[in-house]
Design a protein around this ligand. Sequence first.
Ligand SMILES: [Zn+2]
Length: 284
Amino acid sequence: MRIISGRALAEHPRPWPLGSLSPCVTLSFPRVPARVSEAFILRTYPLQEADLVVSFFTRDQGKLRGVAKRARRPKSAFGAGLERLSQVRMAYFQRETRELVNLDSCELIRSQFGLVSDYRTGVALDYVAEVSDQLLPAAEPSEKFFRLLAAVLDDLRAGPWRAVTYFSLWAVRLSGWLPELHVCLGCGSLLDDPQAPERAFFSRGRDGLLCGDCRRTLAAGGGGELSLESRRAAAEMLRTPVAQLQPRPWNRETSTDLRRFLVQRIESHIERRLLTAPLLEDNF
Ligand SMILES: [Zn+2]
């Protein structure tokens, strides 16, 4: 592109007819100044020899995708900052006409490297990154989702199960797909009457829960029971920050049914299976 400076213009005969657009408009460069956003890295994949495409979730611009030139070379401007779920300050250029932004460099705020030494927690990181990348719409900021990620990554340091269950519940809730957990979708009866709590069932093809009666006539396959204990855990999680939940011994068996129900909700909305969910639960 030929750049015409102000001085050159002044000395030049006017190369455009009077009344038309000035060259400042016709030659305006569509590249806006560098932006710096706090972000979590969601996913990277190779592009050409040394470059990476990076999906990252910024606090102020929502989920963006960009190209990190030469990121796979030693001494790149990105260092170890592009590991999944690293919290970074990302510098980038956005062009209005392009879907991909150009990544300039990133500064690491917090690495999740310490979590990877435990296999299950490493898989939990993969799961959190995959679900976030799948659920978050492009270029829509969500302060609540950003804070959810920060809180869950903190909590993962205490082990994977509570953090992953809390994350799944809130990720579905913030996406607008969490049904009422105390009402039967078939007949509208209350499932959590304290005097006589009902059993509750879910199935892959239905968004909400069914009571025992409705399940016999309405249930599709691929589901199970959502225990009263798990429904109570979910209710507590919906009103309490993860760090302040009642202490419980958490292991893989704790609230497995709730995670299965939530994974089904996610999968039915994104219309594909999550790759990391079976790895997390050893359910190949
Ligand atoms: Zn019912």
